[in-house]
Design a protein around this ligand. Structure first.
Ligand code: IMP
Ligand code: MG
Length: 182
C-alpha cells in the first residue's frame, strides 16, 4: 500500500493547534503558580505537542520521556501496557505533568498513572492534545485537554498509523483504513 491510498482530511489545522497550545500552556502555568515542573512526554505520539507546549514554559522546567508498549499495530487494543523506556528523572516529591497525544479508551493513561503514583510524586496532572468524546472504558481524570474529537482514527502532529504520518503539521482523519490492520 502506498501513501496515496489513504485519504487525508484536515480535522485540526496547524494554526488551530498553535493557538490552542498557547492557550493551554497559559492555563497550565496559572494552575501551578511557579512550582518546578517535570514534563513527561509519552513516546512517541507526544513528540510535537510536548516540543511546542514546552516552549511556552520557563526554561527551568525539566523534560523526560516514558515509552509504553504500543499495543496498537492497527486500531485495536488489547489493554496491556508495558514500560519500554522508563524515566531518567526521579519524580519523588516532584510535580509531574504527563503530556499525551490522545486519550481514547484511557487504558494507557490509567496504567501509567498507577505506576507513576507508586514513585510518590507530589502531584501528577495530565495534558492531552486530543480526547475522544466516546465514553472512556475507565474512570480517568484528564486535567488539560486541547481538543475534544469524535471517535475517528486520526494521524499527524505526532500521531501515527503504522509509524507513518507523524510529521504532518496538522491533525487529519484517516478514513479508508485497510481492514488487514485491525
Ligand atoms: P487508549 O489507551 O485507548 O486511551 O489509547 C491511547 C493510545 O492509543 C494513544 O497514546 C495513541 O498512541 C493510540 N491512539 C488512540 N487513538 C489513536 C488515533 O486516533 N490515532 C493514532 N493513535 C491513536
Ligand atoms: Mg500515545
Amino acid at each position: 500500500m502506498t501513501m496515496a491510498d489513504h485519504v487525508l482530511d484536515v480535522l485540526i489545522s496547524e494554526n488551530e493547534i498553535k493557538l490552542r497550545t498557547a492557550e493551554l500552556a497559559q492555563q497550565i502555568l496559572a494552575s501551578y503558580q511557579g512550582q518546578d515542573l517535570i514534563l513527561v512526554g509519552i513516546l512517541k505520539g507526544s513528540l510535537y505537542f510536548l516540543a511546542d507546549l514546552s516552549r511556552h514554559f520557563p526554561p527551568s522546567i525539566e523534560i523526560d520521556f516514558i515509552q509504553v508498549s504500543s499495543y496498537r499495530g492497527g486500531k485495536s487494543s488489547t489493554g496491556v501496557v508495558q514500560i519500554r523506556k522508563d524515566l531518567d528523572i526521579n519524580i519523588e516529591g516532584r510535580d509531574v505533568l504527563i503530556v499525551e497525544d490522545v486519550v481514547d479508551t484511557g487504558t494507557t493513561l490509567l496504567h501509567l498513572l498507577e505506576l507513576l503514583q507508586t514513585r510518590r510524586p507530589n502531584s501528577i496532572k495530565v495534558a492531552t492534545l486530543l480526547s475522544k468524546r466516546q465514553a472512556k472504558n475507565v474512570d480517568i481524570n484528564v486535567d488539560f485537554v486541547g481538543f475534544e474529537i469524535e471517535d475517528e482514527f486520526v494521524v499527524g502532529y505526532g500521531l501515527d498509523f503504522g509509524e507513518r504520518y507523524r510529521s504532518l503539521p496538522f491533525i487529519s482523519i484517516l478514513r479508508n483504513l485497510p481492514s488487514a490492520s485491525e
